[in-house]
Design a protein around this ligand. Sequence first.
Ligand SMILES: *[C@@H]1O[C@H](CO)[C@@H](O)[C@H](O)[C@H]1NC(C)=O
Ligand SMILES: *[C@@H]1O[C@H](CO)[C@@H](O)[C@H](O)[C@H]1NC(C)=O
Ligand SMILES: *[C@@H]1O[C@H](CO)[C@@H](O)[C@H](O)[C@H]1NC(C)=O
Ligand SMILES: *[C@@H]1O[C@H](CO)[C@@H](O)[C@H](O)[C@H]1NC(C)=O
Ligand SMILES: *[C@@H]1O[C@H](CO)[C@@H](O)[C@H](O)[C@H]1NC(C)=O
Ligand SMILES: *[C@@H]1O[C@H](CO)[C@@H](O)[C@H](O)[C@H]1NC(C)=O
Ligand SMILES: *[C@@H]1O[C@H](CO)[C@@H](O)[C@H](O)[C@H]1NC(C)=O
Ligand SMILES: *[C@@H]1O[C@H](CO)[C@@H](O)[C@H](O)[C@H]1NC(C)=O
Length: 404
Amino acid sequence: MQRKYCTVFALIISISFAFADNLSANNWSSDDDTLPEVLPKKMRDKSDDEIQKAVFQAYENQLKVISEYTGHTLDPESPYGFFKDEMPISNARTSTPESDLIFYNNGIRGFIAHIKNSIIIKWVPNQVVTELGWKEMSVRGRYTFMNSSYFDQGKYHIQLQDVKYLANTTLSENTESYPSTVPKSSISYKSVKVSFTGGLPEVIKISDSSNVKHFLEDIVFQQVADRVVKDMRNNITAAIRQVIKPYIIIKNDTNTNFPGTNGKLPTGSVGYSISNMVISGLANAEHKLKKVTSKIATNTVTADVRTTIHNLDGKFDFKLEESKPTVGKATFTISRINVNISFNMLKPVECKAEVVVNQSNIKYGTKLSADIEKTLTNAFVDNIKIQLNTIICKASGQMIKPGK
Ligand SMILES: *[C@@H]1O[C@H](CO)[C@@H](O)[C@H](O)[C@H]1NC(C)=O
Ligand SMILES: *[C@@H]1O[C@H](CO)[C@@H](O)[C@H](O)[C@H]1NC(C)=O
Ligand SMILES: *[C@@H]1O[C@H](CO)[C@@H](O)[C@H](O)[C@H]1NC(C)=O
Ligand SMILES: *[C@@H]1O[C@H](CO)[C@@H](O)[C@H](O)[C@H]1NC(C)=O
Ligand SMILES: *[C@@H]1O[C@H](CO)[C@@H](O)[C@H](O)[C@H]1NC(C)=O
Ligand SMILES: *[C@@H]1O[C@H](CO)[C@@H](O)[C@H](O)[C@H]1NC(C)=O
Ligand SMILES: *[C@@H]1O[C@H](CO)[C@@H](O)[C@H](O)[C@H]1NC(C)=O
Ligand SMILES: *[C@@H]1O[C@H](CO)[C@@H](O)[C@H](O)[C@H]1NC(C)=O
């Protein structure tokens, strides 16, 4: 069953999502133990204070991620990034007190043959952990060696075994804060063998050659780490989008299926109905987590969220069941809808949502009496309140992901 989040009331235009739908070849996952609703179960032995802090952070990160993808202004141009198998490494001159070793025409290859490629989303502490592994990689090029008694030139070959890339990037603000560089220590390896076509002896223990060690671990690894973080960028963004998807309840800016309503005019027994309602602007939403309150003793972790949706508009049809029925169309604008949501993350049936519709303006396409207009307008506003209330609390009821 899909897990959903109350918060989530966030409103994403699903069409532009289509590109991220096929991530099957990518190995991403959410670390569910770090989800806001799972954290309290993982932190049974912690104080209420520690729990509410951790839940607040995880939940706030989740809301930020939801908001970031609303409107899709931060979409990458293309969905995925791809490795080239080979990359050039800049020329380098390494020197020690005894000798100089110059590396040039350098290239490293083996990128596409990774045996591991995983992206793990952690809601706290706001991280995406990316790990890649390669059985082997090799660096080749030409070298010139010189010391006080010896000069040697030729080709070198550095063979690396069990290479690993492991680095963090941020989860929220992934697009804005994505690093252009990560530490060279993001790259590690198990063993190395370096051979030279000239007379230089083979190196199998990196500590035996500080020239090679410096070239490999400082220069090559920095360039490789930066290349990997760059090439993984779009896939990380796509992974975040996949992971956030189940938490987004209202996926479209425009809802063409918004439920209608009906009732009776206050005078007499004339029925009215509002139908075929279309509402746009649902993406103009701002979500803020106000407070998390933990009382584990009573199995309560309450989240208070405020959501504001601005600048809505739309239309509906109305009908008055008079002896000769009146049918007509109306258009509306709503300057703002404020929603306060309060729900217990451990028992989401305990949910309250307050909806206030501010400054709605309805234009009826058919001449109606002021009383009838007022009745229809009130019914319209109440319907929005009731529907949003229901959607939000129902979604929060479906959200809970049981902790392991
Ligand atoms: C998703 O990928 C699979 C295989 O990788 C492919 O067969 C399928 O057509 C793709 N679906 C879409 C919607 O791109
Ligand atoms: C990005 O994801 C695509 C699709 O899953 C995959 O083919 C590609 O190898 C990935 N790129 C990197 C750099 O991992
Ligand atoms: C996929 O990710 C999981 C979890 O990190 C990892 O154990 C597994 O090795 C990865 N598989 C591949 C093919 O990268
Ligand atoms: C110069 O380097 C060669 C090759 O590594 C080595 O055999 C020789 O001892 C070195 N000479 C000095 C003076 O260090
Ligand atoms: C990831 O970031 C955390 C701190 O947020 C740090 O402790 C950890 O060492 C980092 N891991 C890597 C692989 O950079
Ligand atoms: C949301 O958009 C999709 C695709 O455009 C459409 O199929 C779906 O009916 C829409 N949902 C609503 C509630 O309007
Ligand atoms: C929402 O809560 C704030 C205080 O956090 C309050 O000022 C506001 O009136 C409330 N709005 C609604 C619609 O309940
Ligand atoms: C609507 O918003 C205006 C301006 O912020 C405010 O003065 C007014 O009290 C609000 N009305 C309601 C019903 O919340």
